[in-house]
Design a protein around this ligand. Structure first.
Ligand code: SAM
Length: 201
């Protein structure tokens, strides 16, 4: 794909945040894949990891895969969830990391972070926090986390090399990145390749 101009990048970012503002209010109708409880079930998350969570946390899930199918989180580990949305995967990670662990969920969309914080007020988990942050400039020191997870977010980043570099930077030596995302399995038709709307429709 050709390089995007700065104007195109600004527009895409604005539209992505607009979309996830809407998703935070009501995710129904925003995706072409199963989301919410149906998505969680279809992706094989073990029920013991989520059945205690309130319906609202499940309903807001809009991940595209299951990062925990790639490996687990051990008690006491520090986990970063990049693009945490309303928090489902971060709650799962906090359950696995346990009270000695530390889990941070970050997202660029203020309404998503507000929703995740609201969920946390309802289900307090001392080892879990949510805050604003973006994948391309993680607000953490080097070698801060044992595990980085992310679900359906890297495809939305405008500078993927930077985002992957940031994951590497904040992982401790021997740390693990468990990333779920969408991939193209064949080239897009030429007339669709440069459609800006591909990023947020
Ligand atoms: C498909 S949703 C997935 C949300 C969550 N991971 C889940 O599984 O429910 C994508 C999320 O990524 C966030 N996002 C998009 N671009 C981002 C970026 N550059 N840095 C951090 N978060 C981003 C959006 O605000 C949105 O909450």
């Amino acid at each position: 794909m050709e390089q995007l101009s700065q104007q195109e990048k600004d527009l895409i970012r604005e539209k992505i945040m607009e979309k996830y503002d809407r998703v935070a209010l009501s995710p129904g109708g925003c995706f072409r894949y199963p989301i919410g409880r149906e998505g969680v079930r279809a992706l094989g998350y073990p029920p013991e990891l989520w059945q205690d969570l309130p319906d609202d946390v499940l309903a807001s899930f809009c991940g595209v895969g299951n990062p925990f199918s790639l490996g687990s989180v051990q008690p006491g580990e520090a986990v970063l969830d990049i693009g945490c949305g309303a928090g489902f995967d971060a709650f799962v990670a906090a359950k696995l990391a346990g009270p000695q662990g530390r889990v941070v969920g970050i997202d660029i969309t203020p309404a998503m972070v507000a929703k995740a914080k609201e969920h946390l007020r309802r289900v307090p988990v001392p080892q879990l926090v949510f805050q604003m942050g973006e994948a391309e400039a993680l607000p953490f020191p080097d070698r801060d986390f044992d595990v980085v997870i992310s679900n359906g977010v890297l495809n939305l980043t405008l500078d993927k090399e930077k985002a992957v570099g940031e994951i590497y930077r904040v992982l401790k030596p021997g740390g693990r990145a468990m990333l779920a995302d969408m991939v193209l399995v064949e080239a897009l038709p030429p007339d669709r390749e440069r459609r800006i709307e591909n990023w947020y429709q």
